[in-house]
Design a protein around this ligand. Structure first.
Ligand code: SAM
Length: 243
């Protein structure tokens, strides 16, 4: 494994071509940012804690998120519509927008630093709290690619971490109401203390959906998924759980 990130090694030799491509694209995307306005946002939030401060390293975040873009093939695909849930400061969506995609974010409404970054990047966003077994709000359109990166809305680091039932409801809602036919859902998990990226039953659930799973990433292409109607209880049964 190569390349340390936040104290962890995360890429392997086979990632080098993607990594180099992401780095080159990130530099171009960076050059297109209004640097004076970015510095204004940084100055405004300079005295805040780590949740804002960590995103001041623009080069690091653009490289990291452009790598996610490349892994999803969005650097080479035709222009797509992209929804990012828990979009935070908006670096991933900005990378997509830079490459010509139409983008929209969803996040908790109140964090001012995120709002300022999203405004800097010129991205539309819906303020909403994702909760287990609760449908997302109407967004008025569907998307070709739906993502969530470094996910926290799944009860990350809490006692109520989502299981297969919560994920089945959430993905079912996305597929029925937000994802275009043939679309892709790309998830990137944070590591949980002691258990890895998610409980074993959740991994079995994703496997039962023929997801592509690598290094905390779970990618579901709709060609691999059955419709919600057809799925009934079987993915949960395959995961060894019931709702
Ligand atoms: C670790 S940050 C990741 C931000 C961004 N996705 C990234 O990769 O840089 C987690 C994000 O999830 C958002 N979030 C946490 N709980 C949420 C919830 N219940 N509903 C919607 N967003 C949530 C936070 O506001 C924050 O933007």
């Amino acid at each position: 494994m190569l390349f340390a990130n936040a104290g962890r090694l995360q890429y392997s030799i086979s990632d080098i071509p993607n990594f180099l491509r992401a780095r080159a694209l990130a530099a171009k995307a960076d050059a297109a940012i209004d640097q004076a306005k970015f510095q204004e946002v940084v100055a405004k939030h300079a005295s805040e804690g780590y949740d804002s401060y960590k995103y001041f390293d623009k080069q690091l975040w653009l490289r990291t998120k452009m790598m996610r873009v490349v892994e999803l093939g969005l650097d080479k695909s035709a222009h797509a519509s992209v929804l990012d849930m828990g979009c935070g400061a908006g670096y991933f969506l900005y990378c997509c927008k830079y490459l010509g995609h139409r983008v929209h974010g969803l996040d908790l409404p109140d964090y001012e630093f995120y709002r300022d970054m999203i405004a800097l990047f010129g991205i539309s966003r819906t303020g909403f709290r994702i909760e287990p077994y609760k449908n997302l709000p109407q967004l008025g359109r569907r998307f070709d690619v739906i993502t969530a990166h470094q996910i926290c809305f799944n009860g990350h680091k809490t006692e109520w971490l989502w299981g297969a039932g919560e994920w089945d409801f959430f993905l079912g809602d996305l597929e029925e109401n937000y994802l275009n036919p043939g679309g892709t859902i790309g998830l990137e998990f944070n590591e949980e203390p002691a258990i890895g990226f998610y409980p074993k039953e959740v991994r079995r659930y994703f496997e039962s959906r023929s997801a592509r799973i690598f290094r905390g990433r779970v990618i579901l292409s709709q060609g691999n998924q059955r419709s919600r109607q057809a799925r009934t209880e079987s993915p949960l049964a395959a995961a060894g759980t019931t709702r």
